[in-house]
Design a protein around this ligand. Structure first.
Ligand code: C2E
Ligand code: CA
Ligand code: CA
Ligand code: CA
Length: 279
């Protein structure tokens, strides 16, 4: 292609070439991963701070690479988003999660709600609602037990469109949580217009709860905000008993974190669903 642009020199710098080809090979490997069914879902329980019961399971994707082992989503979600592949992988995750839930239910287990993460790239698609409808249609018994987790920044992107989409999503029986709450730039005046069900306090605030009074204040403020808007509130990344005690004392509804359980493979969920622990 013709055209002289200073930026092009940057593009042709050797170091840049290495980055580009690394990116390309990751992209190719991700395509293969999808074809060869190398993605897996792990599930992490959400626990009621009132009575210690497991009230939900969050599906978290991993890539079981034959050479490199289990790869965390932080290493490949950005590439899936940049290439648009997240649309297909996200659909897979939704269907996998519904199929897992349906099979636990068929086995007679007490199955809580199952939450699936949704990327901005998926939400922006016009056919996203269709994708949801199709997935629910193939597992009709699950439609009232599905949660979607969307980030704050995603919702603020296109407020009016998202308000309408969320309304339609909730009419399908799905509940919606705002993930990583507190890290984005929510306008509080819009927050009350979003048809949502839960705020999820970002783990960065939870982590510092006992060490940093400001982080603690932010958690308490988010709990109050949620309750004033008649939303439930969950804290993520709870690792210590002190963090749990603080959250519970301040009336947080649910928690999720290593303190209770790490994300576990689907096969280990059956045991988790029948166990009951006292907090
Ligand atoms: P997230 O949705 O905010 O998920 C919470 C992350 O914190 C998970 O990391 C989880 O394993 C981790 N975590 C849970 N409890 C604790 C704790 O007590 N301490 C600490 N330090 N970490 C904890 P993970 O599984 O590596 O996922 C990272 C991110 O990747 C997720 O953040 C989410 O944004 C994204 N992701 C995962 N699965 C999917 C998916 O199916 N679709 C999309 N679009 N994104 C996904
Ligand atoms: Ca999440
Ligand atoms: Ca989160
Ligand atoms: Ca996050």
């Amino acid at each position: 292609k013709a055209g002289v642009n200073e930026d092009r020199y940057l593009f042709y710098a050797p170091q840049m070439n290495a980055q580009v080809s690394e990116q390309l090979s990751l992209e190719n490997r991700l395509h293969r991963a999808l074809e060869k069914d190398e993605f897996v879902l792990h599930y992490q329980p959400k626990v009621s701070l009132k009575d210690g019961t497991v009230v939900g399971l969050e599906a978290l994707i991993r890539w079981r690479d034959p050479d490199k082992g289990l790869i965390s989503p932080a290493a490949f979600i950005p590439t899936l988003e940049e290439t648009g592949m997240i649309v297909e992988v996200g659909r897979w995750a939704l269907e996998r999660a519904l199929a897992d839930a349906a099979s636990w239910r068929a086995a007679g287990l007490p199955v809580p709600r199952v939450a699936v993460n949704v990327s901005a790239v998926q939400m922006r698609r016009k056919d996203f609602l269709n994708t949801l409808e199709q997935a629910l249609a193939s597992h009709p018994g699950e439609s009232n037990y599905v949660d979607l987790e969307l980030t704050e920044s995603l919702l603020m992107e296109d407020i009016e469109v998202n308000i309408r989409k969320l309304g339609a999503i909730r009419e399908m029986g799905i509940k919606v949580a705002i993930d990583d709450f507190g890290t984005g730039y929510s306008s509080l005046s819009y927050l009350k217009r979003f048809p949502i069900d839960q705020l999820k306090i970002d783990q960065s605030f939870v982590r510092d709860i006992t060490a940093d009074p400001d982080a603690a204040s932010i958690c308490v403020a988010i709990i109050g905000l949620a309750h004033n808007l008649r939303l439930s509130v969950i804290a993520e990344g709870v690792e210590t008993g002190d963090q749990m005690t603080y959250l519970r004392r301040h009336d947080c509804d649910e928690m999720q974190g290593y303190l209770f359980s790490r994300p576990v493979p689907a096969a280990d969920c059956t045991q988790m669903l029948t166990a009951r622990r006292t907090l």
